[in-house]
Design a binder for this molecule. Structure first.
Ligand code: ZN
Length: 377
């Protein structure tokens, strides 16, 4: 008992100095922590994430980052395990995209000697897997030429190069035509369109399945047609009634001669023309089943109540001037045969909605071009 007490007394002095040392260390730790939080906050305020801010501090880059300010690519770089200090400046100059392998792909593209602006362009023209695929290949030329157009697609790069080599077309034309699959064989290599929408494109490169039926088909009132069973998509029909009333109020007479045609109807039509006029007539004038816009329920062949030849009627120039106000366009004008793939048809009008119809009318372009520029995913 006695010896234990003595031992405790002996320990007393160093025991206090240990507490002092620990206290001092604690003060330093608390001080450092406060300083750390303060430094973190200035990065968090610039919208760097907690993880990125921490990595910025521990790589002693805070001053540089604060000088640059908010920068999403830099944030992604500091969040990533693939951050490469050599590329600090380059990350800050490359436009951010929300892609899983963003930093991995940027690193690869930098190594392949692409410039910052080329890398920004590449990243913005495809999704994560397009960019990943693209970054695997050797450095290519004409990135800034083809991808100056925001509707150009990274995945189609080789086809752009081939097409422009073969045709000599400029980059913009090339991108539009290749996006529309015009470098592929019509009918044979057509892409199948599955979803109905008022903006859908159907032509010799975009086909409908045998079972495709448009949404909301309704029967057209006999007031608007001399035929027995004419059907249109409901929205198209409503727009047509507005158009019809506007024409009537100016003393003009419109009549629908044909509208929705099923795959089966189009097959029968092909058979009929084959019997009476032969294959070469069909090739020129009649769409094959699955390739006719009539299967969408969004278009009709219009006639005049006063003239047998629509192109000579007074309704025709009125339609060209006014149909767009109700959401319709002349689908196959003679000047666009090369891109629509169909002979000019003065009577065939297609519903695309008022916004698209106005833009197409004001800028005088084909529906194919409008689709490739603004609607295609
Ligand atoms: Zn038609």
């Amino acid at each position: 008992m006695k010896t234990m007490l003595r031992k405790r007394l002996v320990l007393k002095e160093p025991y206090y100095s240990i507490i002092r040392v620990i206290g001092f260390i604690l003060l330093i730790i608390i001080g450092l922590f406060i300083y750390y939080r303060y430094e973190m906050n200035s990065l968090l305020e610039l919208n760097y994430s907690e993880k990125a801010s921490k990595n910025i501090l521990f790589s002693f880059k805070k001053k540089e980052v604060v000088a640059i300010g908010e920068n999403k690519t830099l944030n992604a770089a500091f969040e990533s395990d693939l951050y490469n200090e050599k590329y600090f400046d380059r990350y800050s100059r490359i436009e951010y995209q929300n892609q899983d392998n963003l930093i991995r792909n940027i690193n690869t593209l930098i190594k392949k000697k692409y410039t910052n602006s080329e890398i920004s362009i590449i990243l913005s023209h495809g999704n994560d897997s397009d960019v990943t695929e693209f970054s695997k290949r050797d450095k290519v030329r004409y990135v800034e030429e083809f991808f100056a157009y925001d509707f150009a697609k990274l995945s189609l790069y080789d086809r752009y190069v081939n097409y422009s080599n073969v045709t000599g077309d400029d980059e913009e034309t090339t991108v539009i035509y290749v996006n529309l699959d015009m470098d592929k064989t019509p009918y044979e290599e057509a892409t199948e369109v599955k979803d109905f929408s008022i903006n859908m494109l159907v032509n010799k490169h975009f086909k409908l399945d045998e079972d495709f039926v448009p949404k909301d088909l309704v029967k057209v009132n006999k007031k608007y047609t001399d035929e027995d069973d004419i059907q249109l998509n409901q929205e198209t029909y409503n727009a047509f009634i507005e158009l019809y009333n506007a024409a009537s109020s100016e003393g003009l007479g419109l009549v629908i001669n044909s509208a929705y045609r099923s795959y089966q109807d189009q097959t029968e039509l092909n058979d009929f023309y084959f019997k009476h006029y032969g294959q070469s007539y069909i090739d020129k004038y009649v769409a094959k089943p699955g390739f006719s816009e009539h299967q969408t329920g969004l278009c009709f062949d219009i006639g005049s109540t006063t003239s047998n030849v629509f192109a000579n009627s007074k309704e025709y120039p009125w339609m060209l001037e006014n149909a767009y106000k109700y959401g319709f366009i002349q689908r196959f004008p003679s000047e666009y045969e090369y891109i629509t793939g169909f002979r000019s048809e003065s009577w065939h009008f297609r519903y695309v909605g008022k916004k698209a119809a106005k833009e197409i009318h004001d800028n005088d372009m084909s529906y194919e071009e409008y689709y490739a520029r603004f609607l295609m995913k």
